[in-house]
Design a protein around this ligand. Structure first.
Ligand SMILES: *[C@@H]1O[C@H](CO)[C@@H](O)[C@H](O)[C@H]1NC(C)=O
Ligand SMILES: *[C@@H]1O[C@H](CO)[C@@H](O)[C@H](O)[C@H]1NC(C)=O
Length: 277
């Protein structure tokens, strides 16, 4: 009897699977088998998504100044985009900043990098403690004088200006321990909870990607919230988001570090690749 039940279940499961994977006439039912999600817009080959390399130029579809969709955070992104990468020495007392940029191939010019108002042609500069934060701008210039586009980066700050986290060795330097996800929480509210989170034995708190991301006014007008996954659709490298401003983010991280809590930001990159920070 037991064997019969086993055989019958196997047959039923097989029939179920065959039904599930057989071609369905209904487009909606079939969606789960497609790799496309924007009307064939994704480079779909079977079950693989393989985007053509010229898609990189879609970066420059950002609305430009004068366009009704332009927002302040977009700056001149339709021509010039970039970010600062920080690399610290092992003792964390010195930091090299490298600026990585992309220029719309339709525009010609030379790049000039400004660190606290001092201009140079190299994208790199090294700073040492006790330096305070640095203002960074990049200019695309034609003929050495006319500015075609300007990029104003989020000021870069350094670890030596902030408290370090003091955690039990059980956490193995941040490698082992529980973290609590406070997705969608405002930074101010997380800051209030950090002491409690530490006492409850957590090693860290995880928040949504902090970049400025798309928002629209259509959803709230219809009594709807902007969807959570829009936090994963960044529009700039600036760290002002619906969870709070960059100052509130920094204050939350500092307070939590003092309380012994690490803050783990989900990082969302333009290539739609994931990375843990
Ligand atoms: C700037 O720094 C990057 C990363 O360290 C390096 O690859 C690049 O060669 C440097 N560029 C210049 C002009 O020094
Ligand atoms: C870190 O925390 C431990 C345990 O609470 C404490 O004994 C130690 O003094 C702290 N160290 C620093 C540098 O604050």
């Amino acid at each position: 009897m037991k064997q019969l039940i086993q055989v019958l279940s196997a047959v039923l499961i097989t029939v179920g699977m065959l039904y599930q994977f057989s071609p369905q006439p209904n487009k909606e039912q079939n969606l789960r088998d497609w790799c496309t999600n924007f009307d064939g817009d994704n480079g779909c080959k079977g079950s693989q998504t393989d985007n053509p390399s010229d898609w990189l130029n879609r970066n420059f579809q950002t609305p430009q100044k004068g366009d009704s969709l332009w927002r302040e955070g977009y700056q001149d992104y339709h021509i010039l985009q970039g970010y600062a990468q920080q690399k610290y020495s092992s003792d964390l007392r010195s930091c090299s900043i490298s600026i990585y940029t992309r220029v719309n191939p339709e525009y010609q010019g030379s790049l000039v990098y400004s660190f606290d108002g001092e201009e140079q042609t190299s994208p790199n500069k090294t700073f040492s403690a006790p330096r305070s934060e640095v203002q960074i701008k990049v200019y695309l210039r034609a003929g050495g004088e006319i500015t075609i586009a300007k990029l104003d980066l989020q000021p870069v700050d350094f670890v030596w200006n902030h408290p370090t986290v003091n955690q039990s060795s059980h956490y193995k330097n941040g490698q082992k321990g529980a973290i609590v996800e406070l997705f969608g929480w405002k930074y101010e509210d997380i800051e209030l909870e950090c002491e409690m989170i530490a006492k409850a034995g957590y090693m860290g708190v995880k928040v949504f990607p902090p970049q400025e991301s798309i928002l629209d006014y259509e959803h709230p007008e219809n009594g709807e919230l902007n969807p959570w996954y829009w936090l994963y659709q960044p529009v700039s490298y600036r760290l002002n988001s619906r969870m709070g401003t960059v100052e509130e983010l920094r204050k939350m991280i500092n307070t939590c570090q003092i309380k012994g809590i690490e803050s783990i930001r989900r990082c969302c990159c333009q290539s739609h690749e994931w990375q843990w920070q």
